[in-house]
Ligand binder design. Structure first.
Ligand code: MN
Length: 296
């Protein structure tokens, strides 16, 4: 099944290009589960929600997916984990392009380790990317992303896929420069997840998915997850050795070659096997002061 969040934090089932609002049903299911102290209660209850949805009278769809504002399918992850330099051809292009590396040696993934992106950078495809610092280079990085479904740690290759709630496409948007990755990749809206979450039962082998990304209709990135240097199981095991993983935690698996800049006004489109298609608009980030308490 495909689950999304849309409009004002509604919970939806995606079927045949339409969205059914299953918020009330999902709320009831979540209320019956043990309280989730860390992470996303809806992701934790996804198998139970899927069972409740199956065979329920869903009524009429409330929107076409093309018309809805799709939010991140995960609302409250505790962390966004990401793999750097996980495709050989991307390492090669980075080493050939000072605009990517800024003269830093490209460390191999086993030495570089995983990195974390701020959860406040997470958006859905309908929210778009707000390009910050337009004088600098903001690159797209299309990646397979997976969402953890339960609290877990110290996993093995044999049980690694058992903890996956579902899969989505991820955009690990990145400012190029000398700053630490956690700074350059944590800007508001620089972690896109979507267009929805495809439950893990629909993707038996995440290590064999074709995908591509276009900017303004022009192909930029195209690869298959079978080219990952460290595969999906490896990344889950590795992350779980360092951190307890919680429901809703996201792992971005790394990007292939073809990363390139985007600017305000650009439109990114992407497709991935078994997940679907998405459209993400780029705009200029707002730079006016924001103070939540305007009376101060
Ligand atoms: Mn990346």
């Amino acid at each position: 099944m495909k689950f999304c969040r849309f409009a004002d934090e509604r919970f939806g089932l995606v079927r045949d290009g339409a969205i059914y609002d299953v918020s009330a049903l999902a709320d009831r299911v979540v209320a019956q589960q043990p309280r989730v102290k860390r992470g996303d209660a809806y992701v934790a209850a996804l198998p139970q929600i899927a069972r409740a949805v199956d065979g329920a009278d869903l009524g009429a769809p409330v929107a076409r997916v093309d018309d809805a504002v799709l939010l991140s399918p995960v609302a409250t992850p505790t962390k966004l984990i990401a793999a750097p330099v996980n495709y050989q051809a991307h390492i090669d292009e980075a080493e050939a392009d000072k605009g990517i590396t800024f003269n830093h040696a490209v460390a191999r993934i086993d030495q570089a380790g995983l990195f974390l992106k701020a959860t406040s950078s997470l958006v859905g495809v309908g929210e778009g990317v707000a390009v910050r610092f337009p004088e600098r280079r903001t690159d797209h990085e299309i990646e397979l992303a997976l969402v953890i479904g339960e609290t877990c740690a110290n996993l093995t290759r044999e049980n690694a896929l058992d903890v996956v709630a579902g899969y989505a496409m991820g955009l690990d948007m990145s400012i190029r420069g000398t700053e630490d990755r956690s700074m350059r990749k944590s800007i508001d809206s620089y972690s896109v997840l979507g267009p929805w979450l495809v439950t893990a039962d629909e993707i038996a082998d995440p290590d064999n998915l074709n995908f591509w990304l276009k900017v303004n209709g022009e192909i930029r990135q195209q690869a298959n997850t079978n080219m990952l240097l460290r595969d999906v199981r490896h990344l889950i095991v590795w992350a779980s050795e360092w951190y307890t993983l919680y429901p809703g935690d996201v792992i971005y698996t790394g990007t292939p070659e073809g990363v390139a800049p985007v600017k305000a006004g650009d439109v990114m489109t992407a497709e991935m096997d078994r997940i679907g298609a998405m459209r993400v608009e780029c705009r200029a980030a707002a730079t006016a002061p924001v103070l939540a308490n305007s009376a101060r």
